[in-house]
Design a protein around this ligand. Sequence first.
Ligand code: GLN
Length: 291
Amino acid sequence: MTWTSKSFLEWSAERLAQAGIDSPRLESEILLARGLHSSREDLYRNPDRELGEAERVLSKSFVERRFLREPVAYILGRREFWGLEFQVTPDVLVPRWETEILVEKFLQWTASESSPESLRILDLGTGSGNIAIAVAKELPKSRVTAVDISRSALAIAKANAWVHEVADRVRFVEGDMFACELKTSFHAILSNPPYIEEDQRDSLMPDVRNYEPEQALFGGPDGLACYRQILLQASQHLEENGVLFLEIGNGQVNDVLSLIEGHGGYHAPEVTLDYMGMERVVSAQKKKSHG
Ligand code: GLN
């Protein structure tokens, strides 16, 4: 039987719907477009285009992988963040849209700085490098240090930095948060740390639970382990009046605020909501004389 784009999409959308995928038609189009090295627009323009044997085999393998709930970003090997395309593999967390709020909030803060371009910035748990690279692109003279515990994640992040032409200004360091050689102090520390509670594992979508790297997801029994670890040392690595920007999980705002207030070295933290109205980012400025 000959497959056309149209008949393939009908089959694929039904297959993905069976797997409980939320947007089976949209994802089918994305996967087929990739299998044909074309675009979704081309699929619409040319619904009767016949699939070659190799195209059919490849596109079908994409659909079968998605049927097993592998994230689309891993199937395509890429994901957009902050308008930039990032290479992603199962070694790194898939960048999430809500993390753009962290970047946005940080950039707003830089606007009030006297020389925002030349800031020194630290990104803890860089993963694909999405935060570090977005920030380096926005601030063309800034210097960014990006830390991750996973060597294979750092390899992906480095490749992304080359592609986006910021490799000369982003330094990648292997280490567990601050347990690495940082060489300097920073005007801002940013982090989207692993923050899911261990016992939430079973309630996660299979796409996340079965495919994304564990060490990028879980933040200990109560999800707060990394926040404690960061707060223990962040102020020693911040310049006077430097600011800490943390992404947080749903329901964690009060706990994270208490940790910051309990530390005593920061001014009253600010909370920023995401587009869904959830508390997503907590930022706190270091007090002047705090070590
Ligand atoms: N910084 C990366 C991101 O925001 C990775 C975060 C993580 O691995 N927890 O997507």
